[in-house]
Ligand binder design. Structure first.
Ligand code: IMP
Ligand code: MG
Length: 180
């Protein structure tokens, strides 16, 4: 049964697993024989990352984390992004893959990508489970996308609204009365 605040299910556990497996397969092919630093974006990206990372078959694959906040705790991003946790490994001359839950305005990921390039990464690619291209404010594209969605507010499988619903095993559309 769906959580009472969920309007409808967008992806169930089986669909999520299939999507993640297909994304891992592409990443494995693209980075075969190379070294990769996977950077998870806290907190929303961690559930997706945990499932994805275990399917990477690369011999030389490291894990690190970053966190960013755009002010406020609501459904609308303010546009001002703060890096609240930086990576600890050295990215100079290395290939980096950022793993995030959702690409919305693009403010967060363009900030994180620029930051890693400024630190000297040889390449920085983006892997996002969801993409809402109609909301984009920065000219940024994902290299690996699970699913493109309309302008809906979704939660579950790591995605939150005010820190709630991250534990739902599926992804659902939040009832609009919850955030309006
Ligand atoms: P951006 O900086 O506007 O691209 O926003 C990215 C961040 O906004 C994501 O990491 C999410 O934390 C949050 N976000 C954007 N859309 C949604 C959504 O539909 N559900 C949950 N979080 C979202
Ligand atoms: Mg988030």
């Amino acid at each position: 049964m769906l959580h009472k605040d969920i309007f409808e299910e967008l992806m169930n556990e089986e669909e999520l697993a299939k999507t993640v497996a297909a994304m891992a397969e592409k990443i494995n092919a693209d980075y075969a024989g190379r070294e990769l630093i996977v950077v998870g974006v806290l907190k929303g990206g961690v559930i997706f990352l945990a499932d994805l990372f275990r399917q990477l078959t690369l011999d030389n694959c490291q894990l690190d984390f970053m966190a960013a906040s755009s002010y406020g705790n609501n459904a609308v991003s303010s546009g001002v992004v703060n890096i609240t946790k930086d990576i600890t490994c050295n990215v100079i001359g290395r290939d980096v893959l950022i793993v995030e839950d959702i690409l919305d305005t693009g403010n967060t990921l363009s900030c994180l990508k620029n930051h890693l390039l400024e630190k000297g990464a040889a390449s920085v690619k983006i892997c996002t489970l969801f993409d809402k291209p109609s909301r984009r404010k920065k000219p940024i594209k994902a290299d690996y996308t699970g699913r493109v969605i309309e302008d809906l507010f979704i939660v579950g499988y790591g995605l939150d609204y005010s820190e709630h619903y991250r534990n739902l095993p599926y992804v659902g559309v939040l009832k609009s009365e919850i955030y309006s």
